[in-house]
Design a binder for this molecule. Structure first.
Ligand code: NOJ
Ligand code: CA
Length: 546
C-alpha cells in the first residue's frame, strides 16, 4: 500500500470512530428573535412566534436553533446588553413561554441553543448599579474601573467596537469604566472569581431548564491584559474603515488566560448530557484553533467565520478549507458560517446565483454548518431608509457601511400583510419582493432556493459521508472547485462552478461512475455523468456513485 492509501485508510477509521453527536452531524439555524415571527402584533418577533414556526424548522431539516439574546434588556444593543441573566424580556415573552418552546422543540427533535453574553452586562444590571455606587462596594471589582491617565483622560487608548474611546468617566466615583462595546455595555472583570461563579450559576439555570448549549458572545474578549497596556496602531487602517480597526487588539482580547476561563465553562457544560459550547471568535485560523483548548478542553465549536471574509473564488476558498483542515487539532470538529446578524448576508456579498452555490458549499463541507434565518429565502440586504436605522453602531459611525440592520430584517412567511411576520408594521422593512420571496410561495416552487436548501439539508442527513466523513480536494481549476466527502462506506463528490461561464471538469479516473444527486438549478437529479462533467454557469452539483 502506498503511503497515501495507508493514510486514507487510517483517516477513514478515525472518521468512522467520530461519534455522531448532534452538534457534529446536524445543522444549526440562527434565529434573530426580533425578526422571526411576531405573535402579538407589536411588529417585533417573540418566543411564541418562534414556537409557532417550529414545524417549519423541522420541515426544513435543521437540528438545532440558536436564538440570539432574549434576556431582560434595555435593548441598547438589541439584547446584547443583559440586565438579568435568568429571565426573559417581556418583549419576547416569559419563562413559561420559554419552557413551552423548549418542550415543543424537543418533541420535534429540535435542540435549543441560547446566546449567552458574559463579557459585559447592561448598564442597568443591578451588579453594575452596585459597582458604580462606591469604590468600596463589594461589587466594585466585578467591572473594570481605573483612575484617569496621569495627565487626565482615559486610562489607555483602547477603542470601543462601535467607535470612540472604550472608557467612560463616571463622575460619582471619579474613575473610568471599560466597555468594549457601548457605554451602556460595561465589561465584567472575568479575573474576579465571584463574577465567574455568578455566570456559572446563570448557565446552570438554563441548562437545568433543558437548553442544549450556548453560543457564547465574544468569548475571546473575556480576559484583558492585566496591565491594560495600550494597543499598537494598525498601519493598514484608513479613515474610511471602522474606528475599531485603527488599533491592533493585541492587549484588549485573545489573552492566554482566557483559555482557562473557557475550560471552566466547558467543564460546566460537560456536567450536562449532550450539550454544546460554541464560541464567537473573530480571529485568523491559527489563533482561532487554540480555542478548541488544550486536549480539547475548550469550545466544542469555535465559530469559523472565515467564509464571511474570504474572496468568493475557487482558489481562495480551496486554500481556506485546506488551511483550516490542517490547522484543526486532532479530534477538533470543524464548523462553517456563511452569514449572521453582524455581517452582510451571503446574497448581498455574492449575488443571487452564487448564493445557491454557497448553500451547497456550506451544506457539503466537513463540519457543522450554521445557517442564518432568511438565507434560505435568498433575502439580500434590505436598504434601510435613514429614518428607520436602529443599529447603534450605524448611528455612531455613519457613512462607514457598518450598519447591521440590513441583515436583521423580518422573515417573510407568506403574501399576506407584512409577509405574515406581523399584523403591524415590522421594526425593520421587508424586502421589496416579499410578495413572492416568502416561505409559502417558495415552498411550492421546487426550483426555489428554499427547496434547494431543504433538499441539501435532508441529503446531508441521510449521508454519513457528508455529515461526518472526511474532506479531500479533487480540483481547483479556474472557477471550478471540486471535492470529495467520504467515510468507510460511502462517497459523495461535490463540484461547484463559482463563475458565470459554463465549465467542463474531466473527472479523475479513480472516481467511480457517478450520477447527479442534486443540482443547484434543481433540474438534473438522477442524471448519469460521463468522464467530462459539464457545469452550467453558477451551478453546483452533488454527485454520488451509481
Ligand atoms: C457580538 C454580537 O454578535 C453583536 O451583535 C453584539 O453587538 C456584540 N457581540 C456585543 O455583544
Ligand atoms: Ca411581538
Amino acid at each position: 500500500m502506498v503511503e497515501r492509501d495507508r493514510r486514507l485508510a487510517r483517516d477513514l477509521r478515525i472518521s468512522a470512530a467520530v461519534s455522531e453527536a448532534w452538534w457534529r452531524s446536524g445543522a444549526i439555524y440562527q434565529v434573530y428573535p426580533r425578526s422571526f415571527q411576531d405573535s402579538n402584533g407589536d411588529g417585533i418577533g417573540d418566543l411564541e412566534g418562534i414556537r409557532r414556526r417550529l414545524d417549519y424548522l423541522a420541515w426544513l431539516g435543521v437540528e438545532a436553533i440558536w436564538i440570539s439574546p432574549i434576556y431582560p434588556s434595555p435593548m441598547h444593543d438589541f439584547g446584547y446588553d443583559v440586565a438579568d441573566y435568568c429571565g426573559i424580556d417581556p418583549i419576547f415573552g416569559s419563562l413559561e413561554g420559554f419552557d413551552r418552546l423548549v418542550a415543543e422543540a424537543h418533541a420535534l427533535g429540535l435542540k435549543i441553543i441560547l446566546d449567552f453574553v458574559p463579557n459585559h452586562t447592561s448598564i442597568l444590571h443591578p451588579w453594575f448599579a452596585a459597582s458604580r455606587r462606591s469604590r468600596f462596594d463589594p461589587k466594585r471589582d466585578w467591572y473594570i474601573w481605573r483612575d484617569p491617565a496621569p495627565g487626565g483622560g482615559p486610562p489607555n487608548n483602547w477603542i470601543s467596537n462601535f467607535g470612540g474611546s472604550a472608557w467612560t468617566f463616571d463622575e460619582q466615583t471619579g474613575q473610568y469604566y471599560y466597555h468594549a462595546y457601548l457605554a451602556q455595555q460595561p465589561d465584567l472583570n472575568w479575573r474576579n472569581r465571584e463574577v465567574r461563579a455568578a455566570m456559572h450559576a446563570a448557565m446552570r439555570f438554563w441548562l437545568r431548564r433543558g437548553v442544549d448549549g450556548f453560543r457564547v458572545d465574544v468569548i475571546w474578549h473575556l480576559i484583558k491584559d492585566a496591565a491594560l497596556r495600550d494597543n499598537p496602531p494598525n498601519p493598514a487602517w484608513t479613515p474610511q474603515r471602522p474606528e475599531i480597526e485603527r488599533l491592533i487588539e493585541a492587549h484588549s482580547a485573545d489573552q492566554p488566560e482566557v483559555h482557562g476561563v473557557i475550560a471552566e465553562l466547558r467543564g460546566l457544560i460537560d456536567e450536562f448530557d449532550n450539550c454544546v459550547l460554541i464560541g464567537e471568535i473573530y480571529l485568523p485560523i491559527e489563533r482561532l484553533v487554540a480555542y478548541y483548548g488544550e486536549g480539547l478542553s475548550g469550545a466544542h465549536l469555535p465559530f469559523n467565520f472565515q467564509l464571511l471574509q474570504t474572496p468568493w473564488a475557487a482558489g481562495p476558498i480551496a486554500r481556506l478549507i485546506e488551511t483550516y483542515e490542517v490547522a484543526l487539532p486532532e479530534g477538533g470538529w470543524p464548523n462553517w458560517v456563511l452569514s449572521n446578524h453582524d455581517r452582510p448576508r451571503i446574497k448581498a456579498r455574492v449575488g443571487p446565483d452564487q448564493a445557491r452555490v454557497a448553500a451547497m458549499l456550506l451544506l457539503t463541507l466537513r463540519g457543522t454548518p450554521t445557517l442564518y434565518y432568511g438565507d434560505e429565502l435568498g433575502i439580500g440586504d434590505v436598504e434601510i431608509p435613514p429614518d428607520r436605522i436602529c443599529d447603534p453602531w450605524a448611528k455612531r459611525e455613519p457613512g462607514r457601511g457598518v450598519g447591521r440592520d440590513p441583515e436583521r430584517t423580518p422573515m417573510q412567511w407568506d403574501a399576506t400583510a407584512f409577509a405574515g411576520f406581523s399584523t403591524h408594521e415590522p421594526w425593520l422593512p421587508l424586502t421589496p419582493d416579499w410578495r413572492t420571496r416568502n416561505v409559502a410561495a417558495m415552498r411550492a416552487d421546487p426550483a426555489s432556493i428554499l427547496s434547494l436548501t431543504r433538499a441539501l439539508l435532508h441529503y446531508r442527513r441521510t449521508r454519513a459521508s457528508l455529515s461526518i466523513g472526511l474532506w479531500r480536494l479533487l480540483a481547483c481549476e479556474g472557477d471550478l472547485l471540486a471535492f470529495e466527502r467520504r467515510n468507510e462506506h460511502e462517497r459523495t463528490i461535490v463540484a461547484l462552478n463559482l463563475g458565470a461561464a459554463a465549465q467542463v471538469w474531466s473527472l479523475p479516473p479513480e472516481l467511480p461512475k457517478l450520477k447527479i444527486a442534486i443540482s443547484t438549478h434543481c433540474d438534473r437529479d438522477g442524471e448519469p455523468v460521463g468522464p467530462a462533467l459539464s457545469l452550467r454557469a453558477n451551478e453546483g452539483l452533488a454527485l454520488e456513485p451509481i
